[in-house]
Design a protein around this ligand. Structure first.
Ligand code: MF3
Ligand code: CO
Length: 257
């Protein structure tokens, strides 16, 4: 893990902004009848228009710009000819690169009318992400993040996925340290200013177990239960967390830019 300078954080901010703006466009486009390949195309076009490069395309052979994971799919679903249907729970995960710096984010949206259970799963997963982000301040440890995420998810009777974790991010998509969404507080690496972490809880309505399909990518819940995924890239600042897709909340910092 290498601490980023203010100038480097500006580049990450630009990359994260493009990712989150694109996810907003995709969330609106995720209507009954649209194919997942069409959403991938929108993502590719938006990223190109913004002057950025897709981060996932070609990563370890991944064949698309976007990961789309529907219902019991947890993460890394490959876009294709599947048409979204009323009631689907759709995870949209996207990354891009600006001037050599990566941004990575994900959100889960409902298509048309979704069940109360699905809505609760999505909001609890997003809350769990923000519980994790609130731990992102110097002096805390990586384990404090996972502990906060797990507590929030399990308090609602849901379970957190163990096989995939969040990660450091910067000049690579995945840097040290790993950021699990579970575990005891007070353990693992100490958080220091300039550290950037992609925090990404994957929360299942049923059991936590997942398996990967024969396509080598798509992870699904083994019990077939619904899964949701939210992700944001966050910088550890002296004052606390900076969600890199948002303006820096610490005014004094901006004045020094
Ligand atoms: N947000 C995911 C991650 O950080 C997406 C990676 S998809 C891949 O691992 F294709 F790039 F592997
Ligand atoms: Co990620």
């Amino acid at each position: 893990m290498i601490s980023k300078s203010w100038g480097e954080l500006q580049k990450m901010h630009r990359a994260c902004r493009i990712v989150v703006d694109t996810l907003e466009v995709l969330a609106r486009a995720a209507e009954p009848g649209v194919t997942t390949k069409e959403l991938d195309r929108i993502a590719r076009d938006q990223i190109a228009k913004a002057g950025a490069r897709p981060a996932f395309l070609g990563y370890r052979g991944y064949p698309a710009t976007l990961c789309i994971s529907v219902n019991e799919e947890v993460v890394h679903g490959i876009p294709g000819d599947r048409r979204l249907q009323d009631g689907d729970v759709v995870g949209l995960d996207l990354g891009c690169v600006v001037d050599g710096f990566y941004g990575d984010a994900a959100r889960t949206v409902g298509v048309g009318r979704v069940s109360d259970e699905a809505r609760r799963l999505m909001s609890v997963t997003e809350e769990a992400l923000h519980a994790g982000i609130s731990m992102c301040r110097p002096g805390n440890r990586v384990g404090d993040i996972g502990h906060a995420v797990q507590r929030r998810a399990e308090a609602e009777g849901f379970s957190v996925v163990r096989e995939f974790v969040g990660h450091g991010i910067g000049t690579s998509l995945h840097e040290d340290p790993q950021v699990p969404n579970y575990g005891p507080p007070g353990r693992r690496e100490r958080l220091v200013p300039g550290m950037c972490l992609a925090i990404e809880p994957m929360v299942n309505a049923g059991r936590s177990d997942v398996r990967v399909l024969d396509d080598g990518w798509t992870a699904v819940t083994t019990d077939g239960s619904l899964s949701a995924h939210f992700e944001l890239s966050v910088a550890i600042m002296p004052e606390g967390p900076w969600v890199l897709s948002e303006p820096c909340p610490y005014a004094a910092r901006e004045a020094h830019a």
